[in-house]
Design a protein around this ligand. Sequence first.
Ligand code: H79
Length: 416
Amino acid sequence: MELNEYLQQTAATRAERMQWWHDARFGMFVHWGLYAQLGRHEWVMNRERIPVAEYEKLAETWQPKERPAREWARLAKQAGMKYMVMTTKHHEGFCLWDTQQTDYNAVKHTPHRDLVREYVEACREFGLKIGFYYSLMDWHHPDGALCATDEAARRRFLDFTQGCVRELCSNYGKIDILWYDVAWPLKSADKWESVKMNAMARQLQPHIIIDNRSWLDEDFGTPEEHVTAEKEGRAWEACMTFNGSWGYMPISPDWRSTREVVHLLNTVTAGSGNLLLNIGPAPDGSVPPEAVERLTALGQWTAQNQEALYGQVERTQGRMEWLPTGSWTIKGNTAYFWCTRWPGETLVIGGLRSKVVKASLLTSGAPLAFEQTENRLVLTGLPAAQPDAIAGVTILKLECDSAPRQALGTGYVVLE
Ligand code: H79
């Protein structure tokens, strides 16, 4: 298929295909592979220069417990996540599904199970949308690097890659997201035959959503380990680790707190983006206790604040101002103020240009007294201390008579 025709076709169906994804806001990334057994990051093979033959031995010793994917899916559901994305093959090249493309897979070797099927079944059981991560870069395949300089190797590697994508899109029922990663070493969509590959994926899975990592922009951008909104109108999803490593890494002590994750949710929601938060299960498939603890707390918080979090939101960029006490998200005529620094019984917001009709605490629904003059909204009678004990983030709901807008202007403060 021609590039232009492909781009037109995918653009024509994008809004409809992406609706659930925009509403979902929050997903779980799962990085699981042979590297989990070493517990030193999913790049351990590359960073420690482990020879392929030595690394391969990890494929004889992997012993996951029974159906850990059910634990992940249950936890994701409880945390308020609406979809999952799991590594079907990371850079190490080990395929977690029953593939015909290589013997280096989880059925031919340990654990002698189709881990992708278990994952898919768990997602369905818990009502989560299903994403497949697939690393184009491959450190195990003999043509994975050679393909850059050897035309016959490139042909073999593309046949392998397209074969993998075909299987993943054919053998597991409806798949919702295809999440490519690291299109190394080939440096263009042409070289990867990305249009052909992704058109095939779409033919097999007409509703699928594809990320931007096969040298095509496709459906959404993927800022990694930072939360940066794409340009207006472009969908984006920030993918974030919990502790600085995607793969299991118990020696990393730097876990993001529940509060930090709520702050991430605030930022992505303000930019109409999504958050894909990662867990790296242990070799047996269990979720690190630090992640369980935080995701469980997050679940309580998201359940109480779901109205502000999920569904169609508007971007706040250029519409609202920063404030020292918290930050905004917007949904229709309602502004949500995520108060992270509780000021006590009175909260003052400057420069709100829309008339507030009703103010309340989102969690309890308790109405708040307020007075609004031209340049100041003064809310009174608030609890003396931060009411939210889970993350220290309480949302104030301000229903306005028009689309919320805030502009402080220069006012009377002369800065010179
Ligand atoms: O799966 C997780 C990470 O392992 C993977 N993406 C997330 C989701 C990833 N993280 N960092 N990277 C990939 C870095 C990628 C570096 C690269 Fe390169 C730059 C790959 C290709 C160009 C340097 C040069 C490393 C390989 C060639």
